[in-house]
Ligand binder design. Structure first.
Ligand code: GDP
Ligand code: MG
Length: 679
């Protein structure tokens, strides 16, 4: 195909479970295509992916890494994504602009479930994807069993393109099911063509028939050929695979071992032949036709020295350094190789580039010179629902303002991170996807912004109420030299039904207290209710001002406010105060083989199951609804993940307050008293 005109740059995104070998595979792809002279390794910490300090320290990807290369003159952007479910937002955002995803997974049938969430995302968004079954060098299971297990979690049919050639325990090469050629792996070099071993004939025939039958489901001509026992030409089969992949109808499956460069050139060829051109991804984003350049931002970095970098894909047209997009001038167009940037004067359609110093621009923004998004462009998906939180504080109190600024930048870099200032507990609460996610964020704040944080389990916004009423007199009288202070009130405290909040009534007739002092009485009561006899905000009470007296000279707003406080302080403990704890409506979603375990988790956390049902749109998953105390949700995600190979999740919202008594209540009240004494 030497006469072909050069293609526009395409983007392949490497996704898949944690430790499946994506970062290693990227290294192998870059070395095989000559983008880097020598492969780095995870162990030595010198890979293009995992280039941040936080990733290196954990030997684990915690953000995307973008790399550029060329294969047989075709320009490529390859993006390595973290596999951990806690950093899934990174992969989701990169996939939105991808031409193809390569789902890298291990050849372990028991772990197929770990691939389910990413396959679900790809299926839901119609993103063309292939599967690369990696670590075949150590694979114990048969490929057909691996495939069957993965098929159970994929909506689209998987189409195996190769079968392995085994010598004893080792896999020494593969037979390509379309060209019907056999290859022997040569580490560090392209595989060598060999004759198909005789022992392979039957397996090859069987797998090839399966491949053709699957493809025939999407093509009548192929179906006819099969029925008439005509062998379709390899060209026809290749064409069919590309066509089906473009429409995300099938998932081609390749085999290999990235660490040993096995199957890496085969993967590159499959990418080259089968990955759709830019127009497919643009269409998916809702962009069609011609017009001004369109650029989609899918990642934001804040670098200490170079400032903000918005990583974007050019979906249409081309842009030059210095152009104004959405009102911001691009200061530097960069290609990336992990954290190394290189300046480019121009980015063409299909390119992935870092745009320098676009300060008002956010991840998900669609940029054009005119500043208007083209009609029909699809909205950017909402960030993942947060499932884990920590209360954070600057170690040094003077750093509070600096902390708010740093947090805002962190959230810009990672939309699955969020900050909540709790009105009830007065804590700054950082929300995210799990323990490691938040740990990494806290480390970043420390290293990038030189801010030390302390973190703790967030406080639960307990409340308190009363179970009966009382009448109470409160008097504040002070004679100190000239002007005295005098306020005198009679109040009646009553409980209100749950959810009613607070009511204040004035029942004074005949001017026992002059009108202008009444609001101060109410203020005194409200002030008291911030902290009731048990130490928490009081809710669901009514206070009626029934009588009182005043002094023509010594009475004041302040004196009546104080008198009201005195009445409340003395009256409330007589009203049988009781602790209220927030109860949430929780929806837990898990593969249905784990539903019974979830029921145990809920009862173990004082929850109450409301019911469970099949999760809409999720084959084989259940949703369990329950009422659960908020105090037991803190580490719920950790337990759910530990019983579901990491894939279970939950969402929650506040539902109601419920009385809490007994030992648990005593503990909560005791701790609150201790903290009050300490502060
Ligand atoms: N046996 C074997 N190990 C591999 C292969 N590819 C990667 N690994 C190892 O698997 C571990 C995880 O690799 P990494 O690339 O960080 O996985 P990622 O989490 O998917 O990015 C590392 O210890 C690699 O050395 C492979 O093809 N075969
Ligand atoms: Mg990785």
């Amino acid at each position: 195909m030497a006469d072909r005109k050069p293609r526009s740059p395409r983007t392949a995104v490497l996704v898949g479970p944690y430790l499946s070998g994506k970062t290693t595979l990227l290294e192998s792809l870059l070395a095989a295509t000559g983008a880097i002279p020598r492969k780095g390794t995870i162990k030595e910490g010198n890979t293009v992916g995992d280039s941040s300090a936080e990733a290196r320290a954990r030997k684990m990807s915690v953000e995307i890494n973008v790399a550029h290369t060329k294969f047989l003159d075709d320009p490529w952007t390859v993006i390595d994504c973290p596999g951990s479910i806690e950093f899934a937002q990174e992969a989701h955002n990169a996939l939105m602009v991808a031409d193809v995803a390569v789902v890298v997974c291990e050849a372990v049938p028991d772990r197929a479930l770990t691939v389910a969430p990413i396959l679900k995302f790809l299926d839901d968004h119609n993103i063309p994807h292939m599967m690369f079954i990696n670590k075949m060098d150590t694979a114990a299971a048969r490929v057909r069993d691996v495939l069957e297990a993965f098929q159970a979690v994929s909506e689209r049919p998987l189409v195996l393109r190769q079968v392995p050639i085994r010598k004893g325990d080792a896999i020494t090469g593969y037979v390509d099911l379309i060209s019907r050629r056999a290859y022997e792996y040569k580490p560090g070099h392209p595989s060598a063509l060999i004759t198909v071993p005789e022992s392979m004939a039957e397996r090859e025939q069987e797998a090839r028939t399966e491949l053709l039958e699957t493809l025939a489901d999407f093509d009548d001509k192929l179906l006819e050929q099969l029925l008439e026992d005509i062998q379709p030409s390899p060209q026809d089969i290749y064409a069919q695979i590309s066509k089906d992949l473009r429409k995300d109808l099938i998932v081609p499956v390749l085999l290999g071992a990235g660490e040993h460069d096995h199957g890496v050139r085969r993967l590159l060829k499959a990418l080259r032949h089968d990955t759709p051109e830019l127009d497919a991804a643009a269409e998916r984003r809702g962009l069609s036709g011609t017009g001004e350049p369109v650029v989609q931002v899918f990642k934001t970095y804040h670098a200490a020295h170079s400032g903000k970098l918005s990583v974007a894909r050019v979906l249409r047209g081309s842009i030059k350094d210095g152009v104004t997009l959405n009102g911001s001038r691009v200061a530097g167009l960069h290609h990336m190789m992990g954290q190394t940037l290189s300046k480019h004067g121009e980015a063409v359609a299909g390119d992935v580039v870092g745009l320098g110093r676009m300060d008002p621009i956010k991840t998900g923004d669609v940029l054009t010179p005119s500043g208007t998004a083209p009609p029909g462009i699809q909205p950017w998906p909402a960030p993942l629902v947060p499932v884990y939180s920590l209360a954070v504080k600057a170690e040094n109190r003077n750093d509070e303002v600096k902390l708010s600024g740093a947090m805002a930048k962190m959230v810009e870099e990672d939309p699955s991170l969020s900050i909540d200032h709790s009105h009830d507990t007065h804590e700054m609460v950082m929300w995210g996807q799990g323990e490691i996610h938040l740990q990494v964020a806290i480390e970043r704040i420390k290293s990038k912004y030189n801010l030390k944080l302390t973190s703790a389990r967030p406080k639960v916004p307990y409340k308190e109420t009363i179970k009966k009423g009382t009448k109470q007199h409160g008097r504040h009288k002070r004679q100190s030299g000239g002007h005295g202070q005098f306020g005198d009130v009679h109040i009646e405290i009553k409980h209100l039904s749950r959810g009613k909040g607070f009511e204040f009534r004035n029942a004074i007739v005949g001017g026992a207290i002059p009108r202008n002092f009444i609001p101060s009485v109410e203020e005194g009561v409200i002030d008291y209710l911030k902290r009731g006899p048990l130490g928490f905000t009081v809710v669901d009470v009514a206070v009626t001002l029934t009588d009182g007296s005043y002094h023509a000279v010594d009475s004041s707003d302040m004196a009546f406010k104080t008198a009201a406080r005195i009445a409340m302080t003395e009256g409330m403990p007589k009203c049988d105060p009781v602790l209220l704890e927030p109860i949430c409506l929780v929806t837990i979603s898990v593969p249905n083989e784990h539903t019974s375990k979830v029921q145990r988790v809920i009862s173990g956390r004082r929850g109450h199951i409301l019911g469970f049902d099949a999760k809409p749109g999720w084959k084989g998953w259940d949703e369990v609804n329950a009422h659960m105390p908020q105090s037991d949700l803190h580490d719920l995600i950790i337990e759910l993940r530990s019983i579901t190979q990491g894939v279970g999740s939950y969402s929650w919202k506040f539902d109601h307050l419920a009385e809490l008594t007994g030992r648990l209540a005593d503990k909560v009240i005791g701790e609150q008293a201790q903290q009050a004494a300490a502060s």
